[in-house]
Design a protein around this ligand. Structure first.
Ligand code: BGC
Length: 730
């Protein structure tokens, strides 16, 4: 009896538990944000009702270089933006000259392609999180970052700010950067939407592109940043797409962004990138920003007021824009979580250090000169302007007033100064002239006296480390590089130093590919580094001395010559008569090289380590999948060396016999794991079957072809280690 009662009781409790769990699950499933959204929308509607038309219009355009008006009488702040992505830009006067404050220094984070070279979304999140905290500490509510236009041509002056040539890697990093920023109740402003892939004539160029390439290559990271990352603002690009400026492009802003992707936030123009009042207002732009006063002359100022009064723009359209701005304000400044933020903290420096140390790519180490062994190396010649140059400022566009930046020379002195004699020579002077707009002009040539000095220090040292490459003046917004050649007579310097010291290590610093073909041929130790944030020198030194084994992988292909690159092979850059046709379509980056069987200098995803990794046992959880499935892909990775290291395993998919053109392979998943010396680890990746779709232009939708797909896992796009096949059914 007792037992029965007890079991009845147990049964009752069990049923109660199951029901409550179900309710809890249902509650959890019931999208919380919807409830919050309803309440917020009601609040926003009430505010909109209280505003005069003049007040509404005042919210839609800049009233200072980086800000818009709020409504003081209702306690509503405006949008206060600031530039990223390298960190929160210093404050400027109305003429863009520095405000010279003592309160606006900030953490200098590694540049976009450095973040991409880590292949580590967790680091992208930490970058975003810290950048968000700093934005808040500087009392801004929108940060103009991250920037992730596709690297269509290696010449684009902003390649260093962007991530990659690959839409998948791009999307994974963009989503995490946005989530990190917005975790601080600061709005990310993802930029530049869309197809802003060159700086030459960026303000006038029209991009002609087929729909498939647009959807498969250029939009995925924006789509993911909006639909997964939930970005609250987006910046329209300067250029035109199919005849209409991006800031008044109804197809981009209304159809794709707001309707297809359900974007709820505000579209902000690039600075001075608005070209009309009625078109821009009716086609989806919400806020006009610009570079110069008087602000009342802006398209979205008194001209917009007149257009509403003349019935050319309806008040509903204005209300929608105001609602979107209020929505952003209520997620940021008025969210109730807009705390005071933090700036220049040791934690932020650590993030900068971690990104830098995981981004450095070991390109060649044939004689195992690296890592340096302080027990045998007693003297080092540190040569090159890039050894003492800082990268937080320079060129045109956004930089950071860094609180500090450790140069490469300082980093080596910090780590080795008391054990090794360091002999420095500048090697070259980095001067370049810009005489025509849009492209870089001649740079300085090798200086015989400086070369002699460099040769002398190289001769008397056990090892020479030569720091060459670009800098932030040479790679810059508003212009592209003329070609891929190393500037400032650097090749001559490399030749001269290598001749006298066989233990020469070349460290190239740059944010985009350069032609280092000759160096690859003549030198046995090559390291690639970036504009790597305030901890640049410490991270670099730690990699050089082996405290950290390099784990960076190239986020774009290094062509052996410019002509190999698709846009250049097809003469489809920089366009003619202000029109550029993306003739390569979907074959961007390694998709082109692999499909056309062209051997690049260094392939996408390439990067060595001080140890070596063996891959084994590639399996998928099933053999056959349906369109909505997620395949679980597993393998084992073994560290075959005697030091700990990190390896990024890259999963590429190929469609075997397709009805349409398919790239030879496409990245669809990756994972980075740490493996202790002489040990093994299990690795797993999720492959979304939906990601195997191609965009069917005729049908205007994504289509997953049934059939066999090759799943290949490699250490780079060229170094495929394991292959299996899966079958996809409808
Ligand atoms: C750039 C943007 C930047 C804006 C404000 C423009 O020239 O294209 O990326 O955010 O200026 O400085």
């Amino acid at each position: 009896m007792l037992n029965k009662a007890r079991s009845a009781n147990t049964l009752y409790l069990l049923v109660f538990f199951v029901i409550s769990v179900k309710i809890a699950v249902a509650q959890e499933k019931k999208p919380q944000p919807v409830q919050k959204d309803v309440a917020l929308n009601t609040k926003i509607d009430a505010i909109v009702k209280k505003l005069t038309l003049e007040e509404k219009i005042s919210m839609l355009h800049a009233n200072s270089i980086f800000g818009t008006a709020g409504i003081e009488r209702l306690g509503i702040p405006g949008l206060m933006t600031d530039d990223g992505p390298l960190g929160v830009r210093e404050d400027v006067k109305e003429n863009w000259s520095p405000a010279n404050l003592t309160t606006d220094s900030a953490t200098f984070f590694p540049n976009g392609s450095a973040i991409a070279a880590t292949w580590n979304p967790t680091l992208a999140y930490r970058y975003g999180h810290d950048l968000g905290e700093e934005t808040k500490a500087r009392k801004k509510n929108v940060i103009l970052a991250p920037a992730f236009n596709i690297a269509r041509t290696p010449l684009c002056g902003r390649t260093y700010e962007y991530y990659s040539e690959d839409p998948y890697l791009n999307a994974r990093l963009a989503v995490q950067a946005v989530k990190g920023i917005q975790s601080q109740n600061v709005a990310a402003c993802v930029k530049h939407f869309a197809v802003n892939n060159q700086e030459v004539e960026r303000g006038r160029i029209n991009v002609e592109i087929d729909e498939r390439a647009l959807r498969e290559i250029y939009l995925p990271a924006f789509k993911a940043a909006i639909t997964e990352g939930n970005a609250w603002t987006i910046m329209s690009a300067y250029n035109k797409l199919r005849g209409a400026y991006c800031s008044e492009n109804s197809y981009l802003l209304q159809k794709i962004l707001k309707r297809e992707w359900g974007f709820k936030g505000a579209v902000i123009s690039d600075w001075g990138g608005t070209h009309s009042t009625v078109n821009a207002a009716n086609n989806g732009l919400d806020v006009e920003m610009g570079s110069n006063p008087p602000y009342n002359n802006y398209y979205f100022a008194s001209k917009l007021l007149d257009s509403v009064k003349a019935g050319k723009v309806s008040e509903q359209v204005i209300d929608d824009k105001v609602r979107r701005i209020l929505w952003v304000i209520y997620h940021t400044s008025l969210s109730g979580h807009y705390t005071s933020g933090k700036i220049n903290t040791p934690e932020h420096s650590k993030t900068a250090y971690d990104i830098a140390s995981e981004s450095i790519v070991l390109l060649k180490n044939d004689k195992h000169l690296l890592p340096l062994k302080p027990s045998t190396v007693k003297s080092i010649a540190v040569i090159g302007d890039n050894a003492t140059r800082t990268f937080h400022l320079g060129g045109f566009g956004a930089g950071v007033k860094a609180r500090y930046e450790v140069t490469a020379l300082a980093g080596l002195q910090n780590r080795l100064g008391n054990k090794v004699t360091i002999n420095f020579a500048q090697g070259y002077s980095a001067v370049f002239k810009q005489t025509s707009p849009g492209v870089n002009d001649e740079t300085s040539k090798a200086d015989p006296a400086m070369t002699r000095e460099a040769v002398a220090v190289a001769k008397k040292s056990d090892v020479a480390i030569l720091f060459i490459g670009g800098n932030r003046d040479y790679e810059s917004e508003s212009r592209d590089r003329r070609d891929l050649s190393l500037p400032f007579g650097e090749q001559d310097l490399v030749d001269a130093v290598t001749e006298v010291n066989p233990n020469t290590i070349i460290v190239v610093v740059g944010g985009a590919p350069y032609d280092i073909g000759k160096i690859k041929h003549t030198n046995h130790a090559i390291v690639w580094s970036w504009y790597n944030g305030e901890e640049n020198g410490n991270a670099l030194a730690d990699v050089l001395i082996g405290k950290i084994s390099p784990s960076g992988k190239l986020p774009f292909t290094f062509p052996a010559s410019l002509k190999q690159s698709p846009a250049h092979a097809l003469d489809a850059y920089p366009g003619e008569n202000l029109n550029v046709k993306y003739q390569e379509g979907i074959l961007v980056g390694y998709r082109w090289f692999d499909t056309k069987k062209i051997e690049p200098l260094y392939p996408f995803g390439y990067g060595l380590s001080y140890t070596s990794f063996n891959y084994a046992g590639l399996t998928t959880d099933k053999k056959t999948y349906k369109s909505g499935d997620v395949a679980q892909v597993s393998l084992k990775i073994k560290n075959a060396g005697s030091i700990k290291g990190k390896e990024t395993m890259q999963l590429y998919v190929s469609k075997l016999s397709s009805a349409v053109l398919r790239p030879e392979k496409e990245l669809k998943a990756f994972t980075k794991v740490t493996v202790e010396a002489a040990s093994a680890a299990n690795a797993s990746m999720k492959l979304n079957i939906a990601d195997l779709a191609y965009f069917n232009e005729k049908a205007g939708k994504w289509v997953i072809e049934p059939g066999d797909y090759k799943v290949a896992v490699g250490s780079s796009s060229k170094d495929i280690r394991l292959v299996t096949t899966i079958h996809v059914i409808k």
